[in-house]
Design a binder for this molecule. Structure first.
Ligand code: NAD
Ligand code: MG
Length: 386
């Protein structure tokens, strides 16, 4: 494998920092060209001094001066603001964009990178939730690879290697069930953000942790899977597997199933995306069957966790509905974390926002960006009313 040049958007986050662990482990294969962060300027400075990228971006413009001063005397280009994210991914030297930003803000950089022929290692699932059909169409047009980082989609992707001729009958996305697995709506009326932020198996950014507790994460992943693997909605099932060892399953037309397994460690799918198609030797923890003698599976409780059902319904409705669901959810999570709405109130807010926003059938990229912004205003407005 030739050395790969990587741009990491969201380098200071949970996926970003783990991606840098992977880069550190394979210096002969992976090189970092771009690092970006939103606010944590101290960490971005530290990363820039260690990895010496060509450019760094801090999206929070008020932190520009601090970053610029700290990197004075190096030949690293220092930029700030959201538009800089789009600019830095076009560098001809970059082979792969690892998009590890959180939220719909990831869409535009992904699109621009695809248009410039970069392969995409995609952690930012919201890119495909908002505009999956458009983004996958562009990836095909520009002949770039979409390499999933999300563990479930990485699992499916790995199971499909060598199966190019064989149609998928069905996929099963596994879900841990989150911290509130087994609870009913009455139990969930009073839960606090501290409880929701305690994920049993994974340590992740705040937004995806809340999404995991509300099962919206699995809903977003159903949408992500539809576009990545070109499936009908009815071919995607969710199964709760609390141990998070089986990362997902593909069922073929002969009834045979392939699953990908391992300990829950995001470095594995990140490494897989960055070194694909190679499986490089590493020293991450190995799975021990005898430590987990019981792997269990149960149905997802869609009556308690209405977000999953909402995600299936927007996927069936098509058009801009998933974009609206995503934006409303981003506002709902933010409001929950700011103690403005309750845990169950998040689904109410998303549903109310979907009702208020008129359907747009075939949005363009600019439409999606405008709908995303408009939906945020509508959802913020509704917070006080529900
Ligand atoms: P995080 O909050 O830990 O990190 C997000 C990163 O993006 C940070 O570097 C932050 O500075 C930057 N950022 C945040 N908002 C931004 C904006 N508006 N513009 C530009 N930069 C911004 O999040 P995370 O847990 O690393 O998740 C990142 C993405 O990966 C999400 O889409 C998430 O769903 C997905 N993902 C994460 C995990 C995980 O284990 N953490 C697993 C699967 C998928
Ligand atoms: Mg996942």
């Amino acid at each position: 494998m030739n050395k790969r040049n990587i741009a990491i958007l969201g380098a200071t986050g949970s996926i970003g920092t783990q991606a840098l662990d992977v880069v550190r482990a394979f210096p002969e294969l992976l090189e970092v060209s771009v690092l970006t962060g939103a606010r944590n300027v101290a960490l971005l400075i530290e990363q820039a001094l260690e990895f010496r990228p060509k450019a760094v971006v801090i999206t929070d413009e008020s932190a520009y001066k601090t970053l610029k001063e700290a990197l004075a005397g190096t030949n690293i280009r220092v930029l700030s603001g959201v538009d800089a994210l789009v600019e830095v991914v076009t560098d001809p030297e970059i082979d792969v964009l690892l998009n590890a930003i959180v939220g719909a803000a990831g869409l535009k950089p992904t699109v621009v990178a695809i248009e410039h022929g970069k392969d995409i290692a995609l952690a930012n699932k919201e890119t495909l939730v908002v505009a999956g059909e458009l983004v996958m169409g562009l990836a095909e047009k520009h002949q770039v690879k979409m390499l999933p980082v999300d563990s479930e989609h990485s699992a499916i992707f790995q199971c499909l290697v060598g199966e190019e001729q064989n149609p998928i009958e069905k996929i099963y996305l596994t879900a841990s069930g989150g911290p509130f697995r087994g609870k009913g709506r009455l139990d969930l009326m009073e839960v606090t953000k501290a409880q929701a932020l305690l994920h049993p198996n994974w340590v992740m950014g705040a937004k995806i942790t809340i999404d995991s507790a509300s099962l919206m994460n699995k809903g977003l992943e159903v949408i992500e899977a539809k576009w990545l693997f070109d499936l009908e909605v009815d071919q995607i099932d969710v199964i709760v597997h609390p141990q998070s060892i089986v990362h997902s399953i593909v069922q073929f037309q002969d009834g045979s199933m392939k699953a990908q397994m391992g300990v829950p460690d995001m470095k594995l799918p990140i490494q897989n995306a960055l070194t694909y198609p190679l499986r490089m030797q590493n020293s991450f923890e190995r799975f021990d069957f005898l430590k987990y003698p019981t792997l269990t599976f149960e149905p997802a409780d869609q009556e308690t966790f209405r977000n999953l059902e909402l995600a299936y319904s927007v996927l069936r409705a098509g058009g801009d509905r998933a974009c609206v669901l995503n934006a409303a959810n981003e506002i709902a999570v933010e409001a929950f974390l700011n103690d403005q709405i309750s845990f169950l109130g998040m689904s109410d807010l998303i549903e109310a926002t979907l009702c208020q926003q008129k359907m747009v059938k075939q949005p363009t990229l600019n439409d999606y960006i405008a709908i995303d912004q408009q939906t945020r205003l509508v959802a913020r407005d509704l917070i006080d009313k529900i």
